[in-house]
Design a protein around this ligand. Structure first.
Ligand code: GUN
Length: 311
């Protein structure tokens, strides 16, 4: 996958504080609009395949159990796939499925030439070893880029799938016209899905960020984040990054998706990120909202991987 070298900038207007009328706030990076652009690009390529008489790319999504959050994420993936012309099915299994049965499902999908991409929605129930299931997916169908072979290829800078959330973050930065090369980039969080692979992507030759990865044991975190030109938060703690932890003009990418109680909502909760948006947006030059920032990009880049798997 190539990153776009001439970014189309999709930013909302810089706007004054709606309460005081002064204090210009950060520009919002509109992840929904940028992800919609990427889905259109994918659709164009899918249409070209169909015009050549090839079949549509096909994604199998495996969902185990009845966690409402996972079910909602998976619905979003199917809806986005349909927009691009990528066909997808939901293979739903009860939380009681055994690890062996699930490994059997994966083996059948691996062997089916009509299946281009396989996505197993995580987390899996406690009696199933997530890593064992990830290891069982054919690396050529691993559109999450979670398989150790694909993680190794990423580490070495070889061609292949890119992990969806980290690749989505890099695309958000590039398509917002943000210079990454040489920038002091601080990632808060060291997960296998976001923090670690994002550090590797940002370090690659051609992207060239200077990367610091922080985590729960990091000492003097605010001192480190105050040096950052770009901050990516991926720790799952609502409102963790506050205005006193950032310098003026920082670019902030918020990967957090935290449910907080909200009696005014029918659902009883609302989604917030890891960033204290009201405070930090007064100092940042650019910031992603939650929802509507990184989330739609993750799905778009996973679909990009599905198309690449079919090509
Ligand atoms: N659960 C939370 N994020 C993800 C993701 O990116 N892929 C999969 N498969 N499961 C997830």
């Amino acid at each position: 996958m190539e990153y776009i070298s001439h970014p189309r900038i999709v930013l909302s207007q810089r706007f004054p504080n709606s309460v005081t009328g002064d204090d210009p706030l950060a520009q919002i990076i509109d992840g929904r609009a940028i992800a919609a652009d990427i889905r259109k690009e994918i659709k164009t390529e899918v249409d070209a395949r169909l015009a050549e008489g090839k079949r549509a790319p096909y994604l199998a999504v495996v969902l185990v159990g009845d966690d409402p959050a996972s079910a909602a994420y998976v619905r979003g993936k199917h809806k986005a796939a349909a927009e691009t012309g990528i066909e997808s099915d939901n293979l739903a299994y009860p939380a009681t499925i055994s690890e062996d049965e699930l490994l059997g499902v994966i083996a059948r999908l691996n062997d089916d030439p009509a299946v281009d991409g396989i996505l197993v929605q995580l987390p899996l129930p406690d009696h199933i070893d997530d890593q064992k299931v990830i290891n069982a997916v054919d690396p050529e169908k691993d559109v999450d880029c979670f398989h150790p072979l694909n993680v190794g290829r990423l580490m070495l800078g070889l061609s292949g799938f890119k992990p969806a959330t980290p690749a989505g973050i890099v695309e958000l930065l590039l398509r917002s016209g943000i210079e990454i090369s040489g920038k002091n980039t601080v990632i808060i969080g060291r997960s296998n899905i976001v923090g670690k692979p994002l550090a590797i992507l940002l370090l690659q030759k051609g992207t060239d960020a200077t990367v610091t990865v922080c985590h729960s044991r990091t000492r003097n975190l605010p001192e480190i984040t105050r040096q950052a030109d770009i901050i990516v938060t991926a720790i799952g703690r609502a409102g963790f990054l506050t205005a006193d932890m950032v310098k003026e003009g920082v670019v902030v990418i918020d990967v957090g998706m935290n449910r907080v109680e909200d009696a005014s909502r029918e659902s009883g909760y609302r989604l917030v990120g890891d960033v204290d948006f009201d405070g930090v947006s007064k100092k940042a030059s650019l910031i992603t909202p939650v929802p509507g920032g990184v989330g739609p990009m993750t799905i778009a880049l996973m679909l990009r991987n599905t198309l690449d798997a079919a090509q």
